[in-house]
Design a protein around this ligand. Sequence first.
Ligand SMILES: [Zn+2]
Ligand SMILES: [Zn+2]
Length: 131
Amino acid sequence: MQKYRNIGIKLTPQRLAVLEFLEGNKSHPSAEDIYRAVKNRYPMISLATVYNILETLKEKGLVQELNIDPSKKRFDPDTSSHHHLICMGCGKVIDISMDYSPHIPETAIQGFEVKRVHLELYGLCQDCREK
Ligand SMILES: [Zn+2]
Ligand SMILES: [Zn+2]
């Protein structure tokens, strides 16, 4: 994979498999989800290895870790600033690609300089609402 050549990590087949699985992946998978997917191609891979790979990718800024699911960490290959819709019915996490920043009154943040805004909107997705 040409495009991964300059990311500054040694590309083992397992790392590449994780990168390829995450590429354009909008499902915000957990480490377990990634492990299950990659295991099909690399039956020898362990969950601990997947965790290590994700840690490395996180350090290199290739993936961001989301703490939106209390039961497990989710990973997002989209490291740009964006917001998330979280379904309380099925646990689906959907990107809000619109650049939206709420205006928070100066008095509420007490001189705090906001660098990044991440909104988590909880509710029910279309599929769950139709059930
Ligand atoms: Zn849902
Ligand atoms: Zn996302």
